[in-house]
Design a protein around this ligand. Structure first.
Ligand SMILES: [Mg+2]
Length: 108
């Protein structure tokens, strides 16, 4: 198993997208549709977990991979440096405080 960087994964996904006709530039795609498709994969992940299907076809693991592939594809189309953005967000979150009492959300 090779360890690929986010940039390398994004390049692989863009290459496949070009070969399969999924679009590699903003003019090629409907961005709102691509975002909706990411949302669709998130819903599939929720359903997989809900049905206790963790592995295999349509399992949680595969659906999480689908989410990441679609996110990397969209980021690649817009030339977004996801590694930089993730590191920036994580750095911000180090010092961020959440007021959990203001949320109607489970946390641990
Ligand atoms: Mg899926």
């Amino acid at each position: 198993m090779q360890n690929l960087s986010i940039k390398q994964f994004t390049e692989m996904i863009l290459k496949l997208a070009e070969e399969k006709g999924f679009g590699t530039e903003p003019k090629d795609i409907n961005t709102m549709e691509k975002i909706a498709l990411i949302h669709g994969e998130v819903s599939e992940a929720m359903e997989a977990y809900r049905h206790k299907k963790m592995d295999g076809k349509d399992g949680l693991a595969e659906e999480l991979a689908d989410i990441v592939i679609r996110v990397f594809h969209l980021a690649g189309i817009y030339k977004i440096d996801l590694e930089k953005e993730i590191l920036s967000k994580l750095e911000n979150d180090k010092n961020r405080k959440w007021k959990w009492e203001d949320y109607n959300e489970t946390h641990s």
